[in-house]
Write a protein that binds this ligand. Structure first.
Ligand code: ACM
Ligand code: ZN
Length: 690
């Protein structure tokens, strides 16, 4: 009997350890802690509760800030660690919070213990203590009670960041601080500020004051309108001027505020592309002597300029890593510019990619001489990655794994972590960038999927980052709407074990959204999400399922669905054109396929769903033709329908034919509309009866 009891309790303990986070789920903690074990009983924080901490008075200041989010009790300080009615916050190590903690995930971990002895949070770092307090904040009820619990928690990755584009639209320092608070709440630790780009220069620069005089303001705040009307800059006092810049003091204030909260601010000086604002101010820095997107790499003055600005940037931002951009340089003028050609000759460079790499490597060496390192968008790998540079992979995770063979990589793939993409069905949202990334797509991304876990490059995946580009994001409410809740998914991927259960995550996200709203944020309300496209959630049955398909015109390799069976697999696509259920066609003939039904049969119905999404240039076909054949050679056309261009931004609509035909082969061909673009189809259904 005794033995039975022991094994029963071991079994129960096993269950508890196997499913440690079940109760945490109910509490809605994001990111999900590593190990959570509850016990019966609860501690109550009240006016008698004391605070014990070995932190210095200065360090305790931000800790007090977070304690204020846990409880309104005064928490008078006590010098004794012993006693029961005490919250103990103990830093167990003395690492350099700026230089070591952001790079060492173990130093960012914490344990939280709530018991008869009170509350105790231990961490090697102040940052970790803050993370413990975020967890405590989630577990504490309004009346101050916290259930007994033991939590052990360490992040999966050391780098967990967000990028805010301050060029396309500029954000107040208060707004930025508000988002830093949210980063801490999500246990994130990097804020990347995109401070220079064609839409406006945003850093006070003492040695180049013309930049803020001539290129920090533009003629209208509406970015699309500005692009369409010549991308003109203006001075601050021009009527209708939009823009501004951050003074050094404001930037230092942001850096200080962030550092107190364990967040490193990484500034970006974008080179050599996206430099219209610079060459508009200093045309001599372009290849042609006129305003252009790229800096001239043959001109020593370009390097003088970059190094001069970087010195000022390094003076403001203590971050070891400085972002140098490197993306989307066209290099258009480099091949015809005498100075660039001379540089290529002198340095034995074979291509414009190598010419760009020359610049990135040289500026990287400059940073290194000043004790700094560079991060660049993944284009920096093309002509040879600069030594020791970290790569921010935006053009897909594969680009990240390739770079991770010899560089540190931050995963920031557009299709999952671009926060400017639509997050609800594009038919129901007002504005967004080209893509569609519902929370689920962001959540499903695993920075190191199973196939890579044992590969050496896995250890080079430094972390994750969500990016808010702000071309079409022009108010604070809209920015928060786009950032949250998708940043929750980035935070969870960066901190917790690989994503497993979307429904559990969504429940926690709904809880956090509600709390954020109470705290004055404006997240997208997931409750209004349309959710999955109904048609995509169950299989369709028809007579062409699993039959061989011949592609008379190939589908785009980027949008190949699950391969050659995609259009006859009984599975419809979801709202996103990036969902595997869809195939996209861009080649001349667009969609043109022959399905072999493998025996002659009556055909009474042929239908197919097509997607239109005007942003990414996906259009409903202008014409759909269906033909049948008995021998696969001679086809008889049974239907041709033409469709007028419809200006609706987004829809999924069927093409349908019903009638009487007989044959073994069914050919479906589409014609693209005048404006070209893609044609996207998820299933071609053939049926004997209507
Ligand atoms: C990028 O989105 N061009 C980095
Ligand atoms: Zn040049």
């Amino acid at each position: 009997m005794k033995q039975f009891k022991l094994s029963t309790s071991l079994f129960l303990l096993g269950i508890l350890l196997l499913f440690p986070t079940i109760s945490a789920v109910a509490q809605g903690i994001i990111p999900k802690p590593h190990t959570v074990v509850y016990r019966d009983g609860q501690f109550k924080i009240d006016n008698e509760t004391r605070l014990y901490s070995n932190l210095s008075r200065k360090n305790l200041k931000t800790i007090r800030y977070w304690l204020g989010e846990v409880t309104s009790a005064p928490l008078k300080k006590t010098r004794t660690r012993n006693g029961n009615q005490i919250i103990r916050l103990i830093q167990t190590g003395k690492p350099n919070e700026m230089n070591t903690v952001p790079f060492n995930r173990y130093l960012q971990g914490y344990t939280l213990d709530v018991s008869e002895r009170g509350i105790e949070i231990l961490s090697p770092s102040k940052a970790g203590l803050q993370y413990g307090l975020q967890t405590l904040r989630n577990l504490t009820a309004a009346d101050g009670t916290v259930r007994y619990v033991h939590i052990e928690d360490t992040p999966r990755f050391a780098y967990r960041g967000m990028m805010l584009d301050c060029s396309r639209h500029i954000w107040t320092t208060d707004f930025i601080k508000k988002q830093i608070d949210m980063l801490v709440r999500l246990k994130m630790n990097r804020l990347h500020l995109h401070l220079t780009d064609e839409a406006g220069w945003r850093i006070e620069t003492k040695h180049y004051p013309e930049l803020t005089e001539k290129a920090a303001y533009r003629t209208t705040s509406n970015w699309e309108q500005w692009r369409a009307t010549g991308m003109n800059y203006c001075t601050k006092d021009t009527p209708g001027a939009y823009g501004g810049y951050y003074t050094k003091q404001e930037l230092r204030d942001i850096v200080r505020y962030a550092a107190e909260r364990g967040v490193t601010v990484i500034p970006e000086l974008e080179i050599p592309g996206h430099n219209n604002e610079v060459t508009s101010t200093y045309p001599q820095l372009s290849c042609t002597g006129e305003r252009a997107s790229d800096l001239c790499i043959g001109n020593e003055k370009s390097f003088e300029f970059i190094e001069g600005v970087l010195k000022e940037i390094m003076d403001i931002f203590p971050s070891e890593y400085i972002h140098l951009g490197g993306d989307e340089a066209s290099g258009k003028n480099w091949l015809t510019c005498e100075r660039c050609q001379k540089r290529m000759n002198d340095e034995h460079l074979q291509s414009k990619e190598q010419l760009q790499a020359y610049m990135m490597k040289r500026v990287n060496a400059f940073l290194n001489r000043h004790g700094r390192k560079m991060i660049g968008w993944d284009e920096i790998t093309t002509g040879g990655t600069p030594d020791g540079a970290a790569v921010m992979a935006w053009r897909g995770a594969d680009m990240g794994f390739k770079a991770a063979k010899d560089s540190k990589v931050i995963m920031s793939p557009t299709e999952c972590y671009y926060l400017d993409y639509f997050q609800c069905n594009p038919a129901t949202d007002e504005r967004g960038q080209l893509g569609y990334t519902p929370l689920k797509s962001a959540y499903k991304f695993d920075p190191i999927p199973i196939d890579y876990q044992n590969k050496p490059e896995a250890k080079n995946i430094w972390g994750v980052q969500g990016n808010l580009w702000t071309e079409r994001v022009d108010t604070e409410e809209r920015a928060e709407y786009m950032i949250y809740p998708r940043l929750f998914a980035v935070a969870e991927a960066g901190w917790s074990s690989p994503a497993q259960d979307y429904n559990d995550f969504k429940t926690r996200a709904l809880g956090l959204i509600a709390r954020m709203k109470r705290d004055g944020y404006a997240p997208y309300d997931l409750q209004n999400e349309l959710g999955d496209r109904n048609e995509s959630t169950s299989a369709v049955v028809h007579d062409a399922i699993g039959k061989p398909v011949t592609y008379l015109s190939p589908c785009s390799p980027r949008y190949a669905g699950t391969g050659n069976g995609t259009l006859v697999d009984g599975k419809m696509g979801d709202w996103s054109f990036k969902d595997n259920g869809w195939q996209g066609f861009i080649q001349a003939g667009r969609l043109s396929i022959v399905i072999d039904l493998q025996k002659e049969m009556d055909i009474n119905n042929v239908s197919a769903d097509f997607l239109q999404f005007r942003g990414p240039e996906i259009f409903f076909p202008a014409e759909v033709t269906v033909a049948v054949s008995t021998d696969g050679q001679n086809f008889e056309e049974i239907d041709k329908q033409t469709f007028k261009d419809d200006s609706t931004r987004y829809f999924v609509r069927p093409y349908t034919w019903q009638g009487k035909a007989k044959g073994r082969y069914v050919k479906v061909t589409t014609r693209a509309p005048k404006q070209g673009g893609f044609i996207f189809c998820d299933e071609v259904m053939v049926n004997r009866r209507g």
